[in-house]
Design a protein around this ligand. Sequence first.
Ligand SMILES: Cc1cc2nc3c(=O)[nH]c(=O)nc-3n(C[C@H](O)[C@H](O)[C@H](O)COP(=O)(O)OP(=O)(O)OC[C@H]3O[C@@H](n4cnc5c(N)ncnc54)[C@H](O)[C@@H]3O)c2cc1C
Length: 538
Amino acid sequence: MKPSTLRIGYRYRPSRLAPGYDAIVIGSGMGGLTTAALLSELGWKVCVLEQHYTAGGYTHSYERNGYEWDVGVHYIGDVGTQTQTKRMFDFLSDGRLQWAPMDAEYDRFYIGDKVFNAKAGKQAFRDNLLRQFPNEQQAIDDYMKLLAGSGSALSAFGMGRAMKPWQQSLAQPFLNWKTPDVFFRKTYDVLSELTDDKDLIAVLCGQWGDMGLPPKSSTFMVHAMIARHYLYGGYYPVGGAWKIADSIIPRIQNAGGEVFTYARVKQILVEDGRVCGVEMKDGHRIDCDCVISAAGIDNTFNHLLANDVVEASGYKPKLAEVQPSFAHLGVYVGLTETAEQLGLPKTNFWIYPSNDYDSAVNAFLENPDAPFPVVYISFPSAKDPDYLNRHPGTSTIEIVAPAPYEWFVKWRDETWGKRGEDYDMFKAELGERLMQHLYDKVPQIRGKVDYFEVSSPLSTDWFGGYHHGELYGLAHTPERMQQKWLRPQSKIPGLWLTGQDILTCGVTGAMMAGMLTTMSMVGTRKMAPLMKRIYSPG
Ligand SMILES: Cc1cc2nc3c(=O)[nH]c(=O)nc-3n(C[C@H](O)[C@H](O)[C@H](O)COP(=O)(O)OP(=O)(O)OC[C@H]3O[C@@H](n4cnc5c(N)ncnc54)[C@H](O)[C@@H]3O)c2cc1C
């Protein structure tokens, strides 16, 4: 397969723009594409502008040396049956996106010298926990009740964000009534009221990397959302993560819209207090009175809007209430035998030095030589039933681990691929340490590794436009989750927001944000028939 196959979207040139777009979307991640596709379905002509060489944001994949890797999709939950999540993916992709189930034990947690598994299915998950912690039945059942009870609260939370501020004020008593007391508390505080067993708490929080904050810093709401999301197991997009964007873009094009790549927006233009278009990096101006920023809060308010506009609209003090999430390292490994030959599992590995996740994070932040507080290993080619059709005789592995952006800041202004020997050496050392974890857990791959490369937080900045190398946009602290200004409708007329910062991280979180943004923009009366087609087709 030629490398260009994975490069989706149409290369931007001013001459390729059509006249009279109804809306401009900045960023082609899941949030931007969902909003663009739903608006297209409602008859809007939408222009999506993506700064990267390919569309998809964190759902893009890339190829090198005959291998293919994903950068921000390892597993998606809730798509094994006709759930709301699955129906939305089906609609956006017109049924083109297929899902392959992972192993029943979809997540494996190596905690110190102990090993635990998460098992797919509510009952199986609970029974498996009980098998591993036979004295903790009460705590496990109480935990399952907390998860069950958080479902309608999570929906209410989302709906609240889609309302106009005055509507939300009116609905607030109802929303408060729907919100359990534990919702905005720290995850660890909630779980330590259920049990004293530190290993059980560690297993329940074994997916903390999926939201980027350990249990003493994260909010229980996001913990519950992720636990519920994967409760029925993990799934992988057949054909690779890039298939997600590839299957959605035709919806936008069929309505006369387009997704342009190499299309970096320099500024969101505001005149007389309202949005009037965007200025591109090449200086070209695209006029439009409706701009949707799917490029994240930091980009939107600290880079794309003029300082005086942010000041005048009252966002400055609000921005101080949120922080970027952790940055990360990625290791992308290519092997000369297939996943089957090497016995690679369809299970994600989470490797922790001990059951005290927060202390491990703090120790690492203070001293880079301390053990990685979490090492995540994923086996994408094992999960993808189509992989061998594209890359016969090979397999791939991906490793993710946290690493502060500050460690890399001195090379920030250098060009990708030319940051110098000291940068390459620093990255290589970190990469070698992560490879040792891989060899330790999957020793049979020794001698079969043909290629590996390491990405740093600067890669996230360079390719994804996250200027602090953020893994998940804004950090999911209790404070962040209570910021009501993180909503689709901005205070600047004509400017709308979407993507992971509006709701939560995750491909599904960004997709649901896209749905809420569309609903906010067009109103429930116009959205209702579309929702009916999505959720009750036929
Ligand atoms: C290592 C890693 C692993 C992950 N694993 C999973 C997983 O297994 N399952 C899961 O559900 N989620 C996972 N996630 C999270 C998930 O990928 C994201 O939360 C989600 O895709 C974010 O979507 P988004 O649309 O909000 O943002 P993004 O996908 O980041 O899209 C934003 C887009 O805006 C573009 N942009 C920025 N500035 C500009 C500009 N000035 N002009 C034009 N374009 C611009 C960027 O290039 C980018 O394409 C993972 C993330 C990472 C980093």
